[in-house]
Design a protein around this ligand. Structure first.
Ligand code: AMP
Length: 144
């Protein structure tokens, strides 16, 4: 199992740094965020160290997805929330501070005033794209 001795989340997975565990299985571990965005905010991490989503093996990514599914249920049941924002800051450019993949599961309530993830991009979104531009972009991505 890959581990980085300098990584704070690897230390949490190993139990070398204490955490408030919410879920664990063979591939993933979940614990409460120390500076929650809402009460019950949890982080789901792969046991194996990987800085970015694309650094995970297919098996690790699948295990992480399964754990996220379980943790969403636990966070909602444990807090009485009606929904959750499930998000990854993937890379420093996207605001990732801890370079070990982690999925934020933030409990949400109707009328909490926070809005969808789209609210983050308000005033920055490029607006509607032409069909040609979308087709060219999708082709570049397919062949990348
Ligand atoms: P990000 O900005 O996506 O990298 O988020 C990192 C998250 O890790 C933040 O929400 C921090 O509050 C959280 N965090 C950092 N250290 C710890 C820790 N020791 N225990 C629990 N959460 C932590």
């Amino acid at each position: 199992m890959r581990s980085d001795p300098a990584c704070v989340f690897c230390k949490i997975v190993k139990g070398d740094i204490p955490s408030h565990r919410v879920h664990e299985d063979a591939g993933a571990f979940a614990f409460l965020d120390i500076q929650p965005l809402a009460v019950g905010h949890a982080l789901v991490v792969p046991r194996a160290h990987a800085a970015r989503v694309a650094d995970l093996t297919e098996e690790e990514a699948a295990a992480l997805g399964r754990a996220v599914r379980a943790v969403v249920r636990k966070v909602e049941a444990g807090t009485g929330a009606a929904g959750a924002t499930v998000a990854v800051n993937d890379g420093a450019a996207a605001g990732q501070e801890v370079p070990h993949v982690h999925v934020h599961v933030v409990p949400r309530r109707a009328g909490d005033g926070i809005g969808p993830i789209h609210a983050l991009f308000k005033g920055h979104a490029p607006g509607p794209q032409s069909k040609d531009a979308l087709a060219a972009l999708a082709e570049r991505m397919r062949s990348a």
